[in-house]
Design a protein around this ligand. Structure first.
Ligand SMILES: [Zn+2]
Length: 661
């Protein structure tokens, strides 16, 4: 329902979109690597096709997003900002040997702090430590005239070990380092908010979302709200100033209305207005440019009340959105030609089209590490009454994909059989991945019908896996259909082979890098992929459709006959549709139990070892492209995109420009 869940889905269901854009051949996506982190650049496609007014709107929204930067740092931990300021000053003024190991270690620490918006790991939430000795850090602090009392906070493992502590038998607020409460115990905070909540309110307010709860010397509790006149007042005033500048050049009145509501909310802290804003925002499905800006996700708070500051500006990806429109407009053709028994097809089918966006600016809690989708607002009653926006961020997905393939030691190179397979993947895997997702989401799940009298829950615990398999098979079957070329969705009738290669390789083998040795395969999407790949491997064995080969002590899975494999996908689709339509629980159970659950221990060990040997960074994040005003005769006449070439330089620039302390 929100970013983090979407991120989890990303690994599970690779939601993606957008056609591959022409990029300058010297553009490198991967920018920097250190510790367990990689920094990537994303591109903004079609910037020049935007009007001057749109660019202006984007510029001010991005400024509004970035002015909230200090807030998330302080929410994460009270001393993050003074520590960041010290690190910035040291980097700017240091004149010693930059090749020395101590300095290099210091820089790795600084970059980790920048990446995590603080001294705790952005994902693991534990405190991390510099590799350079404390004496060296102390000399840096001395030379730059920084507050040396911060050293104890940086080096002492007893101080603030976890940003957010998750455990039992302790006071979670006291055990967590983040700065969302002050002097308040968990019991007191829970009692405070429980007293506010009205279980009978059909439109419950998200109490506590935009404040810090503090205990006064007389023992009373008080909420300090994040408003232009309250907490982070200076930062929020700049946010508001830029939101108002954006409103003046907005695309339409709908945008102006919800920006006005958001501004009122930042001035007053009134959470009813926040809901009102969200309702106006969620109804805007037509504007090309969109944004989020506010205290949104509550994961940072061990009690789940306080929202982290988060912002993002984006623009609709017209090509990719058009692609899903094309697919859904032809939904009936796909339904009528599917390889399932005509009794199980829908007489009238309606496709859905998905909105695909490109990120223009990441900020607050979405920077540098971000999700690949947005699914908001979070308030359940608003989602129920007014709907939600669910979008995938194409240029972020693309950047992940391209950065991975740039590497010498990519997963693709390690597990593909030969150069031809690698080349095919580089050329067509991205677009066919996106088409696979489109076909799966826009048509696959909605296709087919139950026979009369079949209960919808007949497949019980096997229903999710079988349902995902059905949607995947629908997509796999049609990826190889000439219809896609005819509709202009692919430019090469053989493009699908790249998707078949990667689907089989992943389903039968490489996806198990995410599972511990000796554990079973339990997640529905992973089960469905294994089911399909293993079933086809076995069914095609006599014709050697998929061949298991060995070379240099390593295993590979190679497709010998793509059309035969397509036939197997169609056959399995027909069978799983039958199982669903008739509610054949026993047959569904057998498929899942036989093909989806148990991982060959030899293969499993091998994939884990080969993957580990690649030494890939487990966590990735981004720098933003700079949106630069082009000035002529003292007047802004255009906005240009400059691609950042240095992670630290962007951090220092943001630290200088967007800090209001
Ligand atoms: Zn699905």
């Amino acid at each position: 329902m929100n970013n983090k869940i979407l991120l989890a889905m990303a690994t599970a269901c690779i939601l993606a979109s957008c056609s591959p854009k022409e990029t300058p051949s010297d553009f490198r996506y991967s920018l920097d690597e250190f510790a367990d982190l990689e920094v990537i650049r994303y591109q903004i496609p079609d910037w020049e096709s935007l009007s001057f007014g749109q660019k202006q709107y984007i510029y001010y929204l991005s400024e509004a997003a970035k002015y909230g930067r200090d807030i998330i740092w302080e929410q994460n931990f009270q001393y993050n900002l003074p520590i960041r300021k010290a690190l910035e000053k040291i980097i700017r003024t240091y004149s010693g040997d930059k090749q020395s190991k101590e300095w290099q270690d210091f820089m790795v620490y600084a970059k980790r702090v920048f990446f995590s918006n603080g001294i705790h790991h952005h994902y693991g939430e534990h405190k991390f430590f510099p590799d350079c000795p404390r004496e060296f850090m102390e000399s840096l602090f001395s030379d730059a005239d920084c507050d040396k009392s911060l050293l104890e906070i940086i080096y002492n493992p007893q101080i603030a070990p976890f940003r957010r502590y998750q455990g039992e038998g302790v006071d979670l607020i006291k055990a967590s380092a983040n700065h969302l409460y002050e002097g308040v115990s968990q019991k007191e905070a829970e009692a405070f908010y429980n007293a506010m909540e009205d279980p009978n309110d059909p439109e419950p307010v998200s109490y506590g979302l935009n404040s810090r709860l503090v205990k006064r010397p007389d023992g009373t509790l008080e909420e300090l709200k994040y408003t232009t006149g309250g907490l982070y007042g200076k930062a929020l005033s700049k946010v508001v100033e830029n939101l108002e500048a954006a409103a003046a050049v907005a695309e339409n009145d709908v945008q102006r209305k919800y920006i006005a509501e958001l501004v009122y909310y930042y001035r007053t802290g009134d959470l009813k207005t926040w809901d009102k804003y969200n309702i106006s925002w969620v109804k805007d499905t037509l504007s090309a440019i969109d944004f989020i800006n506010g205290f949104i996700e509550v994961y940072g708070d061990p009690l789940g009340f306080k929202g982290n500051f988060e912002a993002m500006v984006n623009v609709r990806d017209e090509d990719a959105s058009q692609r899903t429109v094309t697919i859904s407009e032809n939904a009936q053709w796909f339904e009528d030609h599917s390889p399932v028994d005509p009794r199980f097809r829908k007489a009238k089918v309606k496709g859905i089209s998905a909105k695909v966006i490109n990120a223009l600016c990441l900020a607050g809690d979405t920077y540098p590490s971000t999700a690949i989708g947005i699914n908001l607002p979070n308030a359940d009653w608003i989602r129920k009454e007014h709907g939600s926006k669910s979008v995938t961020i194409a240029n972020i997905t693309e950047a992940y994909d391209r950065a991975a393939n740039e590497k010498e030691n990519s997963v693709l190179k390690e597990f593909a059989w030969d150069e031809a397979e690698i080349e095919r993947a580089k050329e067509y895997e991205y677009i066919t991945d996106n088409l696979h997702t489109d076909l799966h989401e826009c048509l696959g799940h909605g296709s087919g019908q139950l026979l009369e009298g079949t209960p919808s829950n007949a497949l019980k615990e096997y229903s999710s896996t079988l349902e995902e398999a059905r949607a995947d098979l629908f997509a796999l079957w049609y990826l190889a259909d000439p219809k896609l070329v005819e509709l202009g969705l692919l430019d090469n009738p053989d493009a699908y082979k790249a998707q078949y290669d990667s689907y089989i390789r992943n389903g039968i083998f490489t996806q198990f890098t995410r599972i511990e040795l000796s554990k079973q395969n339990t997640e529905a999407h992973m089960q469905n992929r294994k089911l399909i790949a293993d079933w086809c491997y076995e069914q095609g064995a006599a014709q050697n459709v998929i061949e298991k080969r060995r070379r240099g002590g390593k295993t590979y899975f190679v497709i010998n006959d793509y059309q035969a494999l397509r036939g197997l996908f169609g056959k399995l689709l027909a069978e799983i549709q039958r199982i669903k339509s008739e509610g054949d629980y026993a047959a569904g159970k057998e498929l899942v139990e036989k093909y989806a659950v148990n991982i060959d221990p030899e293969l499993h060990r091998e994939v884990l070892e080969r993957y580990a040997a690649l030494q890939l960074k487990p966590y990735r994040g981004f720098v933003n492209p700079d949106i630069v005003p082009v000035v002529k005769n003292g007047k802004v006449i255009d906005y240009r995109i400059d691609y950042c070439t240095d992670f630290v330089a962007q951090q220092l620039e943001y630290g200088e420009k967007y800090s209001t302390l």
